[in-house]
Ligand binder design. Structure first.
Ligand code: BGP
Length: 487
């Protein structure tokens, strides 16, 4: 058995999000959220990155009028809302030290604007966090994971309008006060950099309501409001729970140059810098020069209230968390090259890497690279809060699932983390994504599975919702028990 150097306090666990697992979309006073209205929208033009999840105003109108959970699969999720105790038992059996969950804003403030929070929503999360603590599992809570009240989309144009920042901060203060004895680790916005990939689910902006030439500016404006919201949430967290830690959360899309042609290297440098923009603001507390320069050149004007820049400067995050699924390649000849077109990733194919069934390029060495690079840049503790392999698991006649490909994937990525720790990188923990199968974010399908735990439910919503242990369940249990030595 190889001896790795994971620290004793390393937080092993898994990650989930309310909108993909809870279900119970209209129970106990919950309001309708953007997730309850989103369905998979195939891209009309594969080259148009922004068309993914290009929800239109007409789609929302239609979604609001139907109760059909099959058409909107996130509405039923895996019914975690009613199964959470049994799921926590399984996580505890694997030895989880931490579980990443998100709070559905719409359970606390159904429309986002009420004077008083919804007590039933608050009680649900109180019970969830208490049950975790009873099992020795530390909650890691995302405040905003692709879920916001639909009311705010229809009445404020989502995060484009400033009042949404205040409403978000109000919601944050309520949950900080209520859970101050239960939750120490918090994250502000899940993959805040996704605003251009799928604006509806991230900032509640329905792009077709605006002229094409204004859309980019509107997205940056909404993003500014989120940055201010993130800084204020950090401020109030530290005031209300002084020993709590706040993290930002970004998608790390590490990009390599196609080769050592200096032009490709320069392009990759710029692509990586664009990816870093979002965490730069939340860690350094200011907009980078290159973004201000870009806005100037593109004639993009961002309205900032007096004091905004100071707020962003003063209340930066305590740690940096990120999802890591794949790496990318930059090439000045991209148009002429072979491509990989996954549902979220697109780009030049890297001949040295395997791809998943959904065309995501698998690159464990890239995780090691990304950890070194991020730590050199930020010098703050890092937390890998998403990583994993989406695949179509095959049920054996005896009901078991032999997911050796997933075990391989995790073995290599866990080793990459161990190697980065060996290089002196400060890593707080590792929470593989979708530790229990749930509805896929981008495809809205159940058949894209990530879990150590299988959930009996198919794309047509047929199934018993029964949970069962995959082969990877036993593998991960052994890894945690040996603190990362026995891979
Ligand atoms: C991240 C999201 C998650 C999640 C994961 C896997 O971008 O934060 O919510 O679902 O990707 O993506 P998918 O479910 O589309 O395969």
């Amino acid at each position: 058995m190889r001896k790795n150097n994971f620290p004793e306090e390393f937080l092993w666990g898994g990650a989930t999000a309310a909108n993909q697992c809870e279900g119970a979309w209209n129970e106990d006073g919950k309001g309708m959220s953007v997730a309850d209205c989103s369905n998979y929208k195939p891209k009309a033009d594969p080259k148009d990155y922004k068309a993914q999840h290009g929800i239109t105003a007409a789609d929302i109108e239609k979604a609001m009028k139907t109760d059909d959970v099959m058409q909107y699969p996130k509405r039923h999720g895996i019914d975690f809302y009613h199964h959470y105790k049994e799921d926590l038992d399984l996580f505890a059996e694997m030895g989880f030290k931490v579980l990443r969950v998100s709070i559905a804003w719409t359970r606390i403030f159904p429309n986002g604007i009420e004077d008083q929070p919804n007590e039933k929503g608050l009680t649900f999360y109180e019970s969830l966090f208490s049950e975790m603590k009873k099992r020795g599992i530390e909650p890691l809570v995302t405040l905003h994971h692709y879920e916001m009240p639909l009311y705010l989309v229809n009445h404020y144009d989502g995060w484009y309008q400033r009042p949404v920042t205040d409403l978000f901060v109000k919601y944050c203060k309520v949950v900080f006060k209520r859970y101050k004895n239960l939750v120490k680790y918090w994250l502000t916005f899940n993959e805040i950099d996704s605003v251009f990939r799928h604006p509806f689910t991230t900032i509640g902006v329905v792009t077709d309501r605006y002229p094409k030439e204004k859309q980019e500016e509107i997205i940056y404006q909404a993003l500014h409001h989120q940055f201010v919201g993130s800084a204020l949430a950090t401020k109030y967290l530290h005031e209300i729970i002084p020993d709590a830690k706040m993290g930002c959360m970004v998608t790390r899309t590490l990009t390599y140059p196609e080769n050592c042609n200096p032009k490709n290297c320069l392009l990759a440098l710029k692509d990586n810098r664009n990816n870093y923009f979002y965490s730069d603001v939340q860690v350094f507390g200011e907009y980078p020069v290159f973004i201000k320069n870009y806005w100037k050149k593109e004639n993009i004007h961002i309205h900032m209230e007096p004091g905004d820049e100071e707020i962003i400067k003063c209340y930066t995050v305590d740690f940096v968390s990120f999802s890591y699924y794949m790496s990318m390649v930059s090439s000045i000849d991209a148009a002429k090259k072979e491509k990989v077109n996954g549902n979220l990733s697109q780009g030049v194919k890297n001949p040295f890497l395997d791809i998943t069934e959904w065309n995501w390029q698998v690159d464990p060495t890239g995780l090691h690279y990304a950890l070194i690079d991020m730590y050199d840049r930020y010098r703050r503790p890092l937390f890998i809060v998403e990583n994993g392999l989406g695949s179509k698991d095959v049920l054996q006649p005896d009901g078991s699932i032999i997911d050796d490909d997933r075990i391989d994937y995790f073995r290599q990525h866990t080793q990459a983390i161990a190697d980065a720790i060996d290089d002196g990188i400060d890593i707080m923990g590792y929470t593989p994504w979708g530790c229990i199968d749930m509805v896929s974010m981008s495809t809205c399908q159940m058949s894209k599975r990530y879990g150590f735990i299988y959930v009996d439910l198919d794309d047509e919503n047929r199934g018993t919702y029964n949970r069962s242990r995959k082969k990877s369940f036993y593998w991960y249990k052994k890894v945690i028990a040996s603190n990362g030595d026995d891979l």
